[in-house]
Design a binder for this molecule. Structure first.
Ligand code: ASP
Ligand code: MG
Length: 411
């Protein structure tokens, strides 16, 4: 029998009525002839509440105890869910991550999955049961409970789908799928029917928060189809799959906006071997995660080097750069915090010309100045003033018809 993994996020199981509705979905899938494995998150804002409870008692709680605590949220959901299925006349059994041997490394609060024991689940499915697995958690080799990082239930679901050889992993959520951009900023953003793993990974790293990006990495590695869809409406959502030829026909699949970032520029660094290495060695030692890096030679003697980081790393980055400034003979350091990054993403830009032209043209027409431009094979990003970020995103979305279904866009 074909297996489907169905994951329900916190808002989709927030109260008894919603759990009943989610259970109805599962039952419908069972009636359609599938064996179903359910992965669920903690109900509503319960994880946030548990974090707050911990911080009230200890401003710096031991990470092992944090995992022990946070994992209880998901455990509650799956047992309640199993009870809802039971009363509806369906046999169901719930497990914690540890009980199904979801083995992770021992990095508490952001553990990575190492292996999954699929036997116990197969055994239960073969007995005709619906199997429910608590998301977001595992155990390390010494049986300590671990968690996969906030939003990690998506990763549990995709990893299980891969381990069980499931046909598909459905992610039920409070939106009806992935949109071309954040509908909170650009209200008429269109729903995307199909998007590739690579595009989704770019969008997730650029600030799209619908899916845990580790989940997409897993899906790509094991070729698991992900279907992101609404838990309240019976509509088709968004399929995330490997690239198919027709995806290249779309100029741009989505646009993102990223705030909470900063840019550091080292002006007039000596243009000689080893200087970039020295600077980034200091940043690495300070555990600063660097996003885009731009270096340009300004003369045979001097070069300018800029890079972007998350705003929370700014103090550490400034300190690290300050320590190396004299050694690389840097003339001045320039910091900007009042910036945001607008990006367009699409595999189509590999085969179409004029994408950059259209993006920069839209920003020019809206009288928005571009600070820095960076690109990858399937992405173009512009840094703009934070105060103009929303306006910039809108201009770009309109230029690429991101409010229209694919057939209606001008290419
Ligand atoms: N309950 C966890 C969180 O809130 C995991 C998840 O929902 O995916 O982050
Ligand atoms: Mg989530």
């Amino acid at each position: 029998m074909a297996i489907i993994v169905q994951k329900f996020g916190g808002t989709s199981v927030a109260d008894a009525q919603k759990i009943r509705r989610a259970a109805d979905r599962v039952i419908k899938t069972v009636k359609n002839g599938f064996a179903v494995v359910v992965v669920a998150s903690a109900r509503g804002k319960q994880t946030d509440q548990l974090v707050a409870d911990a911080l009230e008692l200890n401003p710096n709680p031991p990470k092992r105890e944090m995992d022990q605590l946070l994992s209880t949220g998901e455990q509650q959901t799956v047992s309640l869910f199993a009870m809802a299925l039971d009363t509806a006349g369906y046999k169901a059994i719930s497990f914690t991550g540890g009980q199904i041997r979801m083995i992770t490394d021992n990095v508490h609060t952001k553990a990575r999955i190492k292996s999954i024991g699929a036997e116990r689940i197969h055994e239960q499915l073969n007995k005709g049961r619906i199997v429910l697995v608590a998301g977001f958690q595992g155990i390390d080799e010494n049986e300590n409970i671990t968690t996969l990082g906030r939003g990690g239930s998506d990763t549990t679901a995709v990893a299980l789908a891969a381990a069980l050889g499931a046909d598909e992993c459905e992610i039920y959520t409070d939106v009806d799928g992935i949109h071309t951009t954040d509908p909170r900023v650009f209200k008429t953003a269109a729903k995307i029917e199909q998007i590739s793993y690579n595009e989704m990974l770019e969008m997730a790293s650029l600030g799209a928060t619908v899916l845990h990006s580790r989940a997409v990495e897993f899906a790509k590695k094991y070729d698991v189809k992900i279907h992101v869809r609404s838990s309240s409406e019976e509509t088709e959502g968004t399929m995330i799959t490997h690239e198919v030829p027709q995806m290249e026909g779309v100029l741009v699949s989505g646009a993102t906006i990223q705030k909470d970032m900063a840019k550091l520029s080292l002006v007039g660094v000596d243009n000689k071997p080893g200087n970039a290495a020295k600077i980034f060695a200091h940043l690495a030692k300070a555990k600063v995660v660097v996003n885009d890096i731009v270096q340009t030679e300004v003369s045979s003697e001097k070069a300018n080097l800029s890079f972007t980081i998350g705003i929370s790393d700014l103090t550490a980055a400034k300190e690290a750069v300050g320590q190396i400034k004299d050694e690389v003979n840097c003339e001045s350091i320039f910091t900007r915090e009042d910036i945001a990054e607008i990006s367009v993403v699409g595999v189509g830009m590999r085969t179409h010309y004029g994408v950059a032209d259209r993006m920069f043209g839209a920003l020019a027409e809206a009288k928005i100045n571009i600070d820095t431009i960076t690109t990858s094979e399937i992405r173009i990003s512009c840094i703009v003033d934070k105060a103009q970020a929303e306006k910039a995103l809108e201009a770009v979305c309109v230029a690429f018809d991101l409010d229209k279904p694919i057939e209606k866009r001008k290419n």
